[in-house]
Write a protein that binds this ligand. Sequence first.
Ligand code: MG
Length: 256
Amino acid sequence: MVTIKSKREIELMKEACKVAALAQKAVEQAIRPGISTYELDMIAEKVIRDNGGIPAEKGYPSGEKGIPNFPASICSSVNDEVIHGIPSKKVILKEGDIVSIDLVAYKDGFNGDCARTYTVGEASAPTKRLIDITRQAFFEGLKFAKKGYRIGDVSHAIGEFVNKNGYSVVREFQGHGIGRQMHEEPGIPNYGKAGRGIRLEPGMTLAIEPMVIMGNPDILQLDDGWTIVSRDGTLAAHYENTILITEKEPEVLTIC
Ligand code: MG
């Protein structure tokens, strides 16, 4: 069921999203060659808790038999890792790496979800372009995140933009509605046909999240049961915000 949030619920959503954005900012400022993804996880968890939130990814069930719940407060996915990378003391970021940080703050009953890909020190021009195109793809989708348009319009805009720029969108994972639950309906694929799917209405809150691979779209899951990598080993980037559909322009809730 797609939930329409009341005025009060939207206020609470905004608070949860603000906490997520603050944590994202703190991680961004800490990223440098030599830091581990474990340390980034500690920073995010502290900011979320200091602001009255709970890191919602921690303990999130995998849904697969024999695979433990997600052990950390952020997903940290390095280079060819697309999503769901597990923070570790052994993963030390190096000059020229890229790292995607995806985190969810839960506060007063609601979730705020955002992801960014960062460069570690200086990155090459092609690497920076991948990150830029992934970010821009979100904003291409956002143009259609308005009353009267359909989910397929958002999906189509993202997919077309990414393809036009020579990259691939991941097909097995998608954006989602968000609210009391981290994942609510509708699913929001990063590709598809315009004019399809449910119509957007004011009060819907959505996590729109292009996941982009430089080369081939195929992915693999690592043996940890979580980490998703590009099958061809090329770099991947991710950009996500929680947004609110209104009577007019959408509001992006996880940028501060
Ligand atoms: Mg996310």
